[in-house]
Design a protein. Sequence first.
Length: 278
Amino acid sequence: MTRRRPSVLLLDVDGTLVNYQLKLPSGAADAVRAVRQAGHRVYLCTGRSPAEIYPELWQLGVDGLIGGNGSYIESSGQPVFHQVLDPRVVQRAVDWMVGLDLGYYLECNSGLYGTAHLPEKAAEILGGPTPENVAFVRTGFPDMIFGAADARDDVNKISFVLEPSVDLAALTAEYAGLASIDTWSMTGKGPEFGEFGQLGIHKGEAVQRLAAHLGVGKDDLIGFGDARSDLPLFAACGTSVAMGNAPDEVRASATVVTDHVDENGLANAFVRLGLIDS
C-alpha cells in the first residue's frame, strides 16, 4: 500500500542515487519514476552544482534541485535561491591552491572550471595517474573546462584534491568567519577532496528554504543520504534514510537505514516507507 499523504523527497546524488562508479542503477531510476507517479515530489539535494546535473538525472522527471550543498535552489524550473562565495575569498583560496600546486575546480552554475592537471591529481586517489584512472576522472566530469581555473565571481563552492601538504586544521582556522572548510569522498572510502563552502549554507538550511517555498512542514519531508554533509539534511526532515554504504555516524543519525546503493537501497527504502508498492 502506498503512503496516503504526498511527501517531498530530498535525494542526495553521489552514493545515494548514483553509485561510486558514477552510474545510475536502473532500479533507482525506476523507483524515482514510480514514486513520482504515486504523487510524491522529488528534489535532488546534492553537493553538485547545476552544471553537474547531467541529462540522465533531469530525465528522471525530478521536481527541482538543491545544489552546491544549498547555495542554489530550483523548483519547477524556476530559481528560488542563489548565493555565491565572496569573490575575495575565492581569489585568496585560488592563490593558496596554486601555491601548493593542488588540483582543484571551481563549481558554478555556468560550468565547472578545473586546473589542467586535475585529472592526473584526482587519479592519484584511485591508485595513480594511469590512463584508465585519468579517463575515469574525465568521464566523471564530462563537461568540465580544464585549464580555466582562475578566480571568478560566480563560484558556489570550490573542491580540491587532498594532498599531504594540506593541513585542514590550520586551513579551517585561517578561514574562520570567511568560509566553511569540509571534505568529501569520490570513492566512498574516506576524505579525498577538500572543499571551500559558504558560511551558513548547507543542505539543512536549504531544505528549510524550499519547504517554506512549497508551504510544507518538516513531517512532510524525507531525506536520503550517505555522507556527513547529509546530516543537516537529516535534521531538517521528519524522516531520514541513510544508505547502507554510509559511515557509522550517518547511519546512527537516521530514522531508517536501508541497503547499499548497489543493492537497490533507494528502491528498498521507498517500499519500506510505503511510498511505492513492492
